[in-house]
Design a protein around this ligand. Structure first.
Ligand SMILES: [Zn+2]
Length: 48
């Protein structure tokens, strides 16, 4: 278990978060469903 950065809001989240997405073979973790939804709509915006 480790810490990840929510790419949408910049918060630190645990990597056992229930809010996560796979994008281009990488896993991204989010603090809440709202951030995950934003990421899923436009992953490019948050992965560059
Ligand atoms: Zn967030």
């Amino acid at each position: 278990m480790g810490k990840k950065i929510d790419p949408v809001c910049g918060m630190t989240v645990n990597d056992d978060s229930e809010f996560k997405s796979d994008y281009q073979g990488k896993e991204y973790y989010f603090c809440c469903s709202h951030c995950k939804e934003k990421f899923d709509l436009n992953p490019l915006k948050f992965t560059r």
